[in-house]
Write a new protein. Structure first.
Length: 194
């Protein structure tokens, strides 16, 4: 086994030893809201949103984008588990701003090995074994944060499976100071309609 695997299993053992009555938490989130945010390891939604286990649904993907799967999760969160408010939270210095769909596809054409980045851009390590399958994926890269938050809130707001009475808030998490900064146009676009 790897060192990381051993560390995870050790941490889990300590966690399980102090699990207490968490087995009694109900399935629906106690605070009845959901957050869609980025998978970036610098973001800890439990800390920046004051969450405890059982409080809220947290849906994470690259960029915190309103992909089909993210919307699927939000609809399940509402329809089956009772969330009544949603947050879309992107963040500063997001890796999704460092490439385009074309760059990603070109890197994947070259090889499936990890790429590297420097001042001149992304570079593939080579080694063959690439694939054109990436050409069929919309990577949902980000040019600028505010417009992407607005785009995602609008996509969710206008989705035919999303009820109009759920407010959707748009924010950007600042990785330099830990603050959530509202994107007013996004929150306005996500306003609930009764």
């Amino acid at each position: 086994m790897s060192k990381i695997n051993d560390e995870v299993l050790s941490a889990n053992s300590a966690y399980a030893n102090n699990f207490g009555d968490k087995a009694n938490l109900p399935m629906p989130p106690g605070r009845r809201f959901a957050i869609l945010t980025c998978m970036d390891a610098r973001l800890d939604p439990a800390k920046y949103a004051g969450l405890a286990e059982g409080d809220a649904h947290v849906i994470r993907n690259a960029g915190g984008r309103a992909s089909d799967d993210a919307i699927r999760s939000l609809v399940i969160s509402y329809k089956l588990l009772g969330t009544r408010e949603w947050f879309v939270i992107h963040h500063t210095d997001c890796g999704m701003q460092t490439f385009t769909d074309k760059i990603m596809c070109d890197l994947l054409h070259s090889s499936l090995n990890p790429a590297s980045i420097d001042a001149s851009g992304w570079h593939d390590a080579g080694g063959g074994g690439g694939s054109t399958e990436g050409d069929y994926i919309k990577w949902l890269t980000i040019d600028k944060q505010e417009p992407s938050v607005l785009e995602d809130v609008r996509r969710i707001r206008h989705h035919p499976l999303v009820p109009s009475d759920i407010p959707i808030y748009g924010y950007i998490f600042d990785v330099h100071n830990g603050k959530l900064v509202e994107v007013p146009e996004a929150t306005e676009a996500g306003r609930a309609k009764n």
